[in-house]
Unconditional design. Structure first.
Length: 247
């Protein structure tokens, strides 16, 4: 087993449901001492504080400009400026286009911003990241996160079925893939995936394990999970706030 882990901070699609939060995940490599905040949807900063010191983050990744994936970034800037002990180097942020100009406050001295695009690679705290543009407006970037000690996470961010999870490469130990609704919604909503489509995408990518996320709060969770399980043919878990996974 690798030293890479994933903790769900929020997993609701498009907007938080009752007691939920938008998209956000904590990725940690315990051997490297690296903590990475992957998407920062509304409500995820509160949960992040239960698992790690936000001022000790080695980096933040923001996959696209839809607010359910980044809105709590303002919270970490506010905390660094006023309420938490932050005296270190600015936290690196790897972000898709269109986000920085929407922030409500100045980030100088707190965040070190870098805009990323399709095919870009980066290193954060010893982890290797590679990005692939998905099938979702606006520019949205799936990401492969690889630990030097073993363990590979692939995250779809938001995507319709026109993008292949295998674009993140082979050898995914865990695929974190959006499954927003059931197959009954596929024709009407083509910029997201159903449970059926998510399971098939992970199967085609050869992922060893699948975690589905980004479900709309109005869609029955068991139905989405059943679809993903049937089409994947391996282990499938549904993301839930506070749930952790070891790669």
């Amino acid at each position: 087993m690798s030293s890479l882990t994933l903790t769900v901070l929020g997993c609701d699609g498009s907007h938080p449901g009752p007691g939920g939060a938008g998209s956000g995940y904590l990725v940690r490599d315990w051997s490297l001492g690296t903590a990475l905040w992957l998407d920062a949807g509304p409500g995820t900063f509160a949960t992040l504080q239960q698992f790690t010191d936000p001022m000790g983050l080695r980096g933040i990744v923001l996959t696209h400009e839809h607010s359910d994936h980044w809105l709590d970034l303002d919270a970490v800037v506010t905390a660094a400026r006023w309420t938490m002990d932050f005296h270190g180097e600015p936290i690196p942020v790897l972000a898709a286009p269109g986000i920085r100009e929407r922030l409500a406050q100045d980030i100088d001295g707190v965040l070190d911003w870098r805009e990323i695009g399709d095919g870009d690679s980066a290193e954060i705290g010893g982890l290797h990241l590679r990005f692939s543009r998905t099938d979702h407006p606006p520019v949205t970037l799936g990401v492969r996160i690889e630990s030097p000690g073993g363990g590979v996470l692939g995250y779809s961010a938001d995507s319709g079925p026109g993008w292949a999870l295998e674009s993140l490469g082979t050898g995914l130990d865990l695929a974190l893939c959006e499954a927003t609704f059931t197959k009954d919604h596929e024709a009407e909503h083509q910029i997201h995936m159903s449970g059926r489509q998510a399971g098939r995408a992970a199967w085609k990518a050869g992922a060893r394990r699948l975690v589905i996320t980004h479900r709309w709060a109005t869609i029955a969770a068991p139905a989405v999970l059943a679809e993903a399980t049937d089409s994947f043919g391996g282990r499938v878990d549904a993301a839930a706030v506070g749930t952790g996974f070891s790669l």
